[in-house]
Design a protein. Structure first.
Lengths: 82, 280
């Protein structure tokens, strides 16, 4: 791994700052939009994704991917009779 | 740096794109058969498409010094129509002897339905019967994890399938390990919204090293960037990786995978215009 943690932070700070700003602005837009029936399921997924960003565990990208994924059903072949 | 794009849909691109890719170092590409943006109505629609892939596109690519290879199938989206799929599968052998055909692909799943799985298994049978390599499309977004698991279930349940001759494409952080640990090749697709960014692809290359791992642009008619591989090369350079390390994912690995097909008559760029034929 050629880069140190300091190099990663220094090189990507502005890009990540911009992405966090986009997320904050999205939540502002959502909060200020006219009230309507929104998908609570989608909102909950986004909120839980943000929690993963800030927890103390690794593999954040893979865990966020799984959060937004349908569960695997190991019996799918039986159900499809294949 | 010279590179190979192992998955790009050039039927969707202009001739200018071929020129741009050549200028950026692309020396070969492979183009899997895919969905045209609409469901085709007959087997003859696919026959014409396969003529485009085996005749027209190699000629367009050759104008810019790019070698064009291809894969044939009925894609997962249209596979919902099992009757049409069976007609297309029965017709594919007409084209398997074409000089740029590397195998069967991109077969896979879209919404993980019974019909899609049925047609996937019949494509597998076709590939095995004709000793063809396989290139696989995995579903998008929330369907990717389940679909990838289903595809791996089908492949691994058949002892006739050699994982080293199968490329599973569009892997992301939650599916890459499943693919690599079972001995398959994995492809990361660099795509602006779904799939993967050059930065995340670089992360995965660093984490899994570059064994059996490659990157592609998809470069189709959707919002995509045919020059995405040079973006990945730049990202890896920015992180301080050696040219040799970078070249493994964007050139050596696709060449190694494709070289399992006798049809892959790739001439290395350093051997071109010298009257030499490379043995890869």
């Amino acid at each position: 791994m050629p880069r140190t943690a300091r190099e990663v932070l220094d090189q990507e700070f502005l890009q990540i700052r911009a992405k966090i700003l986009e997320i904050g602005a999205f939540y502002d837009r959502l909060g200020e939009a006219e009230a309507s029936n929104i998908s609570q399921e989608h909102l909950e997924l986004l909120n839980r994704g943000c929690e993963i960003l800030n927890d103390d565990q690794g593999d954040k990208a893979a865990r966020i991917q799984l959060l937004f994924s349908r569960d695997y059903d190991a019996d799918w072949r039986d159900k499809f009779a294949l | 740096m010279y590179y190979v794009d192992p998955h790009i849909h050039m039927v969707s691109r202009t001739t200018d794109d071929y020129e741009t890719l050549a200028k950026m170092g692309c020396v070969a590409m492979s183009e899997p058969a895919f969905w045209a943006g609409y469901d085709r109505g007959s087997v003859d629609g696919f026959r014409d498409y396969f003529r485009q892939l085996t005749d027209t596109e190699p000629k367009r690519a050759a104008q810019y010094g790019i070698q064009h290879f291809t894969w044939l199938c009925i894609n997962a989206k249209e596979a919902e129509n099992v009757t049409l799929s069976r007609e297309v599968i029965a017709m594919i052998p007409e084209f398997l002897d074409c000089p740029n055909v590397l195998g069967i692909g991109e077969i896979g799943l879209n919404k993980n339905t019974k019909n899609e799985a049925t047609v996937f298994l019949e494509h597998m049978e076709l590939a095995i019967e004709h000793d063809q390599q396989i290139l696989i499309h995995t579903p998008h977004l929330e369907d990717k994890y389940q679909g990838t698991r289903m595809i791996l279930d089908m492949l691994c349940a058949d002892s006739r399938v050699d994982p080293s001759r199968v490329l599973v494409d569009h892997v992301e952080e939650h599916t890459i390990e499943l693919v690599l640990e079972r001995g398959f090749w994995a492809g990361m697709t660099l795509y602006p919204i779904s799939k993967c960014t050059p930065q995340r692809a670089a992360d995965m290359i660093e984490k899994y090293r570059s064994e059996r791992l490659m990157a592609n642009s998809a470069g189709d008619w959707g919002p995509s960037k045919p020059t995405a591989i040079p973006d990945l090369i730049m990202e890896l350079r920015r992180r301080g990786h050696s040219e040799e390390f970078i070249r493994k994912s964007v050139y050596d690995n696709p060449v190694a995978f494709f070289s399992q097909s006798t049809k892959f008559d790739f001439v290395r760029p350093e051997h071109r215009n010298l009257g030499e034929q490379s043995s890869n």
